[in-house]
Design a protein around this ligand. Structure first.
Ligand code: NAP
Length: 516
């Protein structure tokens, strides 16, 4: 299939200075390719359609980009399939060096990527810089993993044969990412896929596609060959992804997003018996025991709750605090939360940016209203903030009652909701009382209790006396309805590798057809 050359203007050279302000913002936006990336070319959508990407802090249009059609999705898969063999047989060292170059380029351009994420997603600039660091680490980590894809050789128990276990790239992969971490969710999938030797089609979130487009441009600069990475932003995700998922050339689906969409995609993937990785929603409990170091617990709680303005799958959703320390914990977090500055993420000192859109504000407000109607007390915040932009005041609720929707639903906003408990068993039962199992947090100075929690909490990850666990070298992922598979760590590359074994007769018993 042929690709259409873009009518989008050429992309100017990038500026690596740490400037902010309207000129710096425009310079960064001018750097972002506006087309789809298919087979190494920036191209228009098949029907020429485009869509606008908006700054959630102002409602202003940031850029107008190509809107992929189902035909474009399949064109992208054509390219990924055509490039499949060449990339799979590219020496691991060469694949590693491309990823390492991408890491180095990202370091050079970190301010540009940070500012772009703040513009399209709203997170405070300091957090966006943190995401560049975190997201970049996946490029470095998997550049190191690319050359360590091992195998195994064993004699079978009967002594009659030898088994060789090898690992091969699974094949073309569709990578679907959410809007809340526009860079890190892309690097966490693209880096292990490329390290393993897989080609990819990336479908970024409609609300935040610009960072992925800029990242794809960086990958080309780093030496990723045409067709190895293809990017198809779209306003019709289901229509574009459906035919790709149904196509027998696709061999892997990796998705990060909500549990309901994950369920739909798993059902679609089953028809093609695809390998899948599902990083889905969470409902993280944050346990504070009576023996906790409260200074540490408060710092960890604020990090676990308010990072990304509460819009993280790892965000603490339910604070379960021992009744002996609940009043002091609530007073301390209220003082800190009440002082948080709300505003556009580019402004100095802003801790709380906008929520991603009106629906997110309405959801946070609905959950707070329901909790208050059932008896919760608003200690600070508890209301939307007047626009422009889609802001919700950082909020602390105490006395949240069982049955409140806020205990079951992912809040995805800056609302810290506190319940109390009396015993460890009660706390663990409450923590596990959810269909989700992505992450839990616990603050305790008792090592034995910490070890017990590692065994009793139903979770893929546990932050023990810390509010941030994400690390490229660790296997990120959940249990129960928070998903399957792991991203990062040694496990991350395995998600993109098939295991195969070859059995041969014992070489000492068989030469030229004759038994020795
Ligand atoms: P979402 O609505 O499920 O969307 C995620 C991605 O899926 C977007 O790119 C979306 O495209 C796409 N999508 C939606 N419907 C689709 C369909 N029928 N077929 C193919 N693709 C489809 O989630 P979100 O609101 O962007 O992200 C927030 C959710 O992600 C939260 O639940 C959060 O917990 C979860 N999350 C999980 C992790 C983790 O590692 N476990 C990390 C981050 C976020 P559009 O943008 O066009 O709708």
């Amino acid at each position: 299939m042929t690709t259409t050359q873009s009518t989008w203007p050429a992309v100017p050279d990038h500026d690596t200075t740490a400037a902010t302000g309207p000129a710096a913002e425009q310079a960064v936006l001018d750097r972002v390719p506006r087309g789809l990336l298919i087979d190494g070319h920036w191209v228009d959508a098949a029907d020429g359609a485009t869509f606008d990407v908006v700054d959630p802090a102002t409602g202003d249009v940031l850029a107008r980009i190509a809107d992929a059609t189902p035909a474009d999705g399949l064109r992208a898969l054509d390219a990924a399939d055509a490039a499949r063999h060449g990339w799979a047989t590219t020496p691991p060292r060469q694949r590693a060096e491309v990823l390492r170059r991408a890491f180095d380029l990202l370091q050079e351009r970190r301010e540009e990527f940070a500012l772009l994420m703040t513009l399209e997603m709203g997170k405070p600039l300091a957090e966006a810089r943190g995401e560049v660091t975190y997201g970049g680490e996946f490029l470095r980590w998997f550049s190191e993993e690319a050359v360590r894809i091992g195998g195994d050789h064993s004699t079978n128990p009967e002594g009659t044969g030898r088994a060789f276990v090898t690992h091969k790239p699974v094949g073309p992969a569709l990578l679907i990412t959410p809007w809340n971490f526009p860079l890190a969710m892309a690097t966490r999938k693209v880096a292990p896929a490329l390290a393993a030797g897989c080609t990819v089609v990336v479908k970024p979130a409609e609300l935040t596609p610009l960072t992925t487009l800029l990242f794809a441009d960086l990958l080309l600069e780093a030496g990723v060959p045409a067709g190895v990475v293809n990017v198809v932003p779209t306003t019709t995700a289901g229509d574009v992804c459906g035919p790709v998922i149904a196509d027998p050339r696709l061999r892997k689906l990796s998705f990060t997003g909500s549990t309901p969409v994950g369920r739909t995609l798993l059902a679609q993937a089953a028809q093609n018996v695809l390998r899948t990785s599902m990083e889905l929603g969470g409902n993280a409990p944050f346990l504070v025991f009576e023996d906790a170091d409260l200074d540490l617990a408060v710092d960890a709680a604020l990090a676990a709750k308010f990072r990304n303005t509460g819009q993280a799958c790892t965000a603490a959703n339910r604070f379960l605090v021992h009744e002996d320390v609940a009043a002091e914990f609530a007073d301390r977090v209220t003082a800190r939360v009440g002082a948080m500055r709300v505003g556009r993420g580019t402004e100095d000192g802003v801790a709380i940016g906008p929520l991603i859109d009106d629906r997110a504000v309405a959801k946070a407000d609905r959950l707070v209203t329901d909790a208050v109607e059932r008896g919760a007390v608003v200690r600070t915040g508890g209301h939307p903030v007047a626009g422009p932009g889609t802001f919700y005041a950082p909020t602390v609720l105490t006395d949240v009652q069982p049955g409140s929707a806020i205990l079951d639903d992912e809040i995805f906003g800056p609302v810290l909701a506190i319940r109390t408990f009396r015993t460890e068993d009660e706390a663990v039962a409450a923590a596990n009382d959810t269909e989700y199992g992505l992450i839990a947090y616990a603050c305790t100075e008792d090592p034995a209790r910490g070890q017990r929690l590692m065994e009793t909490l139903e979770t893929g990850m546990l932050g023990l006396n810390t509010g941030v666990v994400s690390n490229a070298a660790a296997p990120f992922g959940g249990v129960k309805q928070s998903g399957t598979g792991r991203e990062g760590g040694a496990e991350g590359i395995a998600e993109y590798l098939e295991t195969m074994y070859t059995l041969t007769p014992d070489p000492f018993r068989r030469t030229k057809g004759a038994q020795r």
